[in-house]
Design a binder for this molecule. Structure first.
Ligand code: F6P
Length: 347
């Protein structure tokens, strides 16, 4: 009997910190799946929480139109980690519940859009037998296995614009302006926006800095009649617990140099708003390629960009790893040659 081939039913979820470009990725997956492969697309709310609580919505062309330029995620997100052991006795077996609901919906594949934590959970679910494709997103750009995550370019534009604006006010008041950008474990945003924004001091989690060296460098700039200085720091640099890096560094500079200093904590502004054109392009490429992999039954992988080519990498190779800024990164070397201080230079 010629049984009609059942079209695949795929689920999409978005987990972890939001960022511009997620909806462009959802659109890339959804439109390709529906129009090219006749698949059904199920949107899962609030990351892995939606699979635990059975919160789903069917995504058709209507839901997918008008979202390319929309910031955030139409599905909502959460930092739910189903494999995290909760202290509550006889806590529900969340992975088991996820697997049960995955089967009850009749999913043939699950696309997980997220950062490091999401890729780790995706890998563990793949080991449980679910057919998973990961799509890397985060403004931190710290997902191992890909040259770039979408969200980074948009945040870079926001951070660089903010630094540009600090130059004018710093120059008016002849002040030192410290700006803290996001990047908990990796300094990609601080490095790139620091250079793009003309930062004089750039502090990264990857480089142990000496605040005395920073102060001496800034004092020397003032003595050499530099009207103001800009300090760009990642939020994840070493500083006292429960203290914002930007505040701590500004306070230390002011105390050690006697120069008028102010701080700006850029925070969640970097995660908001419409995606940059580059992020829309990258998210779309990731989304369409994820569906091609599903059509080829290639699972347990994360889509990734390698030297401007979209490829895939096994989730087990990504899981638990972090892509930090290498100390020999060409941009660091170039910046040092241009006189930028990373807090460990001889001044
Ligand atoms: O992972 C991206 C990120 O924005 C980090 O840069 C930041 O430290 C973290 O998320 C903030 O997490 P939350 O949104 O849970 O406060």
């Amino acid at each position: 009997m010629d049984t009609e081939k059942k079209s695949k039913r795929i689920g999409i979820l978005t987990a972890g910190g939001d960022c511009p470009g997620i909806n462009a990725a959802i659109r890339g997956v959804g439109k390709t799946a529906i129009l090219e492969y006749g698949m059904e697309v199920i949107g899962i709310s609030s990351g892995f929480l939606g699979l635990i609580n059975q919160e789903y919505v069917t995504l058709d062309e209507n839901q997918l139109s008008g979202i390319l330029t929309l910031g955030g995620t139409i599905l909502g997100t959460s930092r739910e980690n189903p494999f995290k052991k909760s202290g509550v006795f006889n806590a529900i077996d969340k992975p088991k519940l996820i697997k049960k609901h995955y089967q009850e919906i009749g999913l043939d594949a699950l696309v997980c859009i997220g950062g490091n934590g999401t890729m780790r959970t995706a890998d563990l679910l793949a080991e449980e037998g679910l057919d998973i494709i990961g799509i890397p997103k985060t403004i931190d750009n710290d997902v191992w296995g890909t040259d770039i995550t979408f969200g980074f370019d948009s945040a870079l534009g926001i951070a660089t614009d903010a630094i540009d604006r600090l130059h004018t006010t710093a120059n008016s008041h002849k002040r030192i302006m410290v700006i803290e950008v996001m990047g908990h474990h990796a300094g990609w945003l601080a490095l790139y926006s620091g250079i793009a924004g003309g930062g004089d001091v750039i502090l990264l989690p990857e480089i142990e800095f000496d605040i005395n060296i920073v102060a001496k460098y800034l004092k020397k700039r003032a003595v050499n009649k530099k009207p103001y200085s800009i300090v760009v720091t990642a939020e994840g640099v070493s500083c006292p617990k429960n203290e914002k890096a930007g505040h701590f560094i500004a306070e230390q500079i002011s105390e050690r140099t006697g120069l008028e200093t102010r701080e700006t904590i850029l925070g969640y502004i970097q995660r908001g708003g419409s995606p940059s054109p580059n992020d829309r392009l990258l998210a779309t490429k990731y989304g369409t390629y994820a569906v091609e992999l599903i059509a080829q039954n290639k699972f347990g992988v994360m889509v990734s960009a390698r030297d401007d080519t979209i490829v895939s990498v096994p989730l087990r190779e990504v899981s638990g790893k972090l892509r930090t800024v290498p100390l020999d990164h060409p941009l660091i070397e170039k910046a040092i040659r241009m006189g930028v201080c990373f807090g460990n230079c001889q001044v």
